[in-house]
Ligand binder design. Sequence first.
Ligand code: HEC
Ligand code: CU
Length: 333
Amino acid sequence: MNALASLLLASTDAGGVWLPPQASEQAADVDWLFWFIFYLCTFFFVLIVALAGYFSWAYRRRTPDQPPLPSAEHNTPLEVFWSVVPLVLVIYIFYVGFTGFMHLYSPPPGAYTIDVTAQKWSWAFRYPDGRTPLDGNLHVPPGEPIRLVMSSQDVLHSLFVPAFRVKQDLVPGRYTTLWFTAKPPAGTEPVEYLLTCTEYCGTGHSDMMRMVVVHPTRASFEEWLAKQDDVPPTAEVGERIYRQLCVACHNITGPVGQGPNFGETAQLLRAGGPRTMADGAAVVVDEEYIRESIMEPQARIVSGFQPVMPTFKGQLKEPHIGALIAYLRTLGE
Ligand code: HEC
Ligand SMILES: [Cu+2]
């Protein structure tokens, strides 16, 4: 019975066959209206198709020369019935949809605000005190309204968290907002949900995936936030940043991805270059070159590659760059 209910409704905290878990306080209402419309359509589909099938069988022509049956006369009660019932249903759907929409697009005053910047092809999140998440993911405290103030550096992007049932476009040249209240995780560990771009924005569109990390308590969120700045610039931290932010385009060895292999970069860093740029210049590969490649990737383009690397300015700070360089030094030894 439980299995049947979750198959038919898929509206549980844990998620069902068709929908992801309802991880925000907004999710249940969205799902409720979705399933209401879905089953209403199913009901009328079955009713209409069954009646049409039955009538064409019941009133079929029985002999080749049978004259047509007289058509039914006008029937006022029946016509009022089949006009008023759908009208009431549609008005009800409009009412629930419109009030739900207004609710979803009016963040409550005092919501915790996080800045979001999208660019081809990454997300940058900035907390009220200016800190940015080291792992590139959106970390949030549970059980309180979170408001995202969002803008785009280049083209249209769209932020979507399926488990929260919220989605909003990011438009260059203006701010848009989105809010949600994440449900507290069941256990004492943070829980992660997918965050993705749902507006096709170019070749790297599918790389625009991050996690929303819901902390079990406000205190554990604060503790995490406090740690975001003072990272030790060690190779381990560098490797973690690499896995989270760079691995999509930079392999270490093997086939070359969208960007140069870091094994090769590491060797050049050890030898001091030279690296040939698209304009033919041969440049020295040192710490400053690595730093520039990360903060101003468009300044100089490595020969044979496309200028597709996003800047990590605003997302990575000095200790992070130091950590990445320390990590590069461990490669290809
Ligand atoms: C969307 C793909 C993409 C991502 C993500 C990306 N890069 Fe790049 N990267 C490139 C491309 C393409 C180039 C070569 C063109 C250029 O110079 O901009 C490059 C070049 C570089 C270079 C110069 C390498 C050399 O051998 O000359 C460095 C250093 C670098 N990236 C570091 C990083 C770091 C560190 C990260 C993660 C924080 C990162 N990149 C994330 C695409 C990417
Ligand atoms: Cu995008």
